[in-house]
Design a protein around this ligand. Sequence first.
Ligand code: NAD
Ligand SMILES: O=CCc1c[nH]c2ccc(O)cc12
Length: 488
Amino acid sequence: MFLRAGRAALSPLVRSLQPSPVAAMSTGTFVVSQPLNYRGGARVEPADASGTEKAFEPATGRVIATFTSAFKYGVKLHGALPNLLEGCRIIRDREDEIAAVECINNGKSIFEARLDIDTSWQCLEYYAGLAASMAGEHIQLPGGSFGYTRREPLGVCVGIGAWNYPFQIASWKSAPALACGNAMVFKPSPFTPVSALLLAEIYTEAGVPPGLFNVVQGGAATGQFLCQHHDVAKVSFTGSVPTGMKIMEMSAKGIKPVTLELGGKSPLIIFSDCDMNNAVKGALMANFLTQGQVCCNGTRVFVQKEILDKFTEEVVKQTQRIKIGDPLLEDTRMGPLINRPHLERVLGFVKVAKDGAHCGPSYSGGFILMFAANCRDDMTCVKEEIFGPVMSILSFDTEAEVLERANDTTFGLAAGVFTRDIQRAHRVVAELQAGTCFINNYNVSPVELPFGGYKKSGFGRENGRVTIEYYSQLKTVCVEMGDVESAF
Ligand SMILES: NC(=O)c1ccc[n+]([C@@H]2O[C@H](COP(=O)([O-])OP(=O)(O)OC[C@H]3O[C@@H](n4cnc5c(N)ncnc54)[C@H](O)[C@@H]3O)[C@@H](O)[C@H]2O)c1
Ligand SMILES: O=CCc1c[nH]c2ccc(O)cc12
């Protein structure tokens, strides 16, 4: 199916794993038999099951879990702040196991999966620290009266995730939600239902009260049910623009705040005065993590004409060296795409691109890797989000010209610039219409920095101090120290 024929050898990592929730973990052997819904602090087989779905291992096409879609959830608000630091410690202890599960269910390399788990525990650690410093303001008023503000939880928050960063998305949504005193019901993508359960069990082991973090499995119908539920106070969504529009519509009917982390077609601008070595590495980072299935990827690579040939030559050379194959092997850096329909969709873009651009290299059989040089702005591969390992290279002459072209999109998630000219770097990012900009790097995600989009890429932020504002509400208290001056 999605892997070259034959069973891969057990990687040393996998051999060392204990068979805890899964029978064994190597390519072609992993199976989950436990329930994948989580309520009241335990895995449950829901009584309200609306049907079963299957989850697959992208590398082999095998079924790894059959699970029930559900609607009900069992939330309890406790008012006590959960011990996120203990959760962080357990994730670090179990990093190899969680990364293996993520790698098997998503297809990303084990090397990358570990990095995702790192930014997950870092997120818990960060919000554990912030929780203690959450505070309002004290405001003095005439006559000794005063006011103060308090940050209060919203209540039950729903998190809906995409399949490209299953554990990380669940962590980036739940850590700030719980730190602010909310409960969360998390619905993973039905393509990657497995790892959110590990997070749920870790929270329970860390002492998070039962019912504070729940996992409900299902697709669009379950997502809609959660968004429309009158007990739900907020929805944080990561996924596509069309689904984001529906989520916003549903939330508008209940006047519920939403965070939308949606798609992108981000520009990466390489000026001729860049450090070429770093710019090439940056372009690969901007395009090929998680098989290119990353929302903020810098897929429109604008290269200044003077260095276009040299840059393209280097990108091709380094792209050809990327080790593609069994994602569980230690030296693999690129695994299979999420599933066959997605592979075919991406190959459709590649086929069209080949008519207009100079393309290469590409591989078939579940694994592909592409660049398209000499692209034009009006090409489909340059305009639409492909969500696969396809980099489009475009050339430009001047700063003003590239800025206009870079901003000529309805998306606005991310952007990057490589230059040694510090004034130019800041001038250019100030003009770029994107919520997350990188100077002389790309796709690094320190949890201290807010992440999110402009324009149709969404609004609200994840990570950073500001996210507290998206998971809490501000109460103002006005305190009179004198007598009431009545108007009547
Ligand atoms: N900006 C970001 O941070 C970010 C991160 C990851 C992925 N993405 C985007 O997500 C897309 C790929 O992910 P995907 O295919 O899982 O997206 P998707 O929109 O198809 O699905 C995302 C989630 O929404 C659920 N869903 C689908 N229809 C729904 C509905 N009507 N109501 C409620 N929930 C519904 C799905 O079951 C899934 O859990 C790409 O466009 C990518 O750019 C964005
Ligand atoms: O794929 C896009 C960016 C991204 C990477 N990890 C996460 C986690 C949570 C998100 O909402 C987005 C992302």
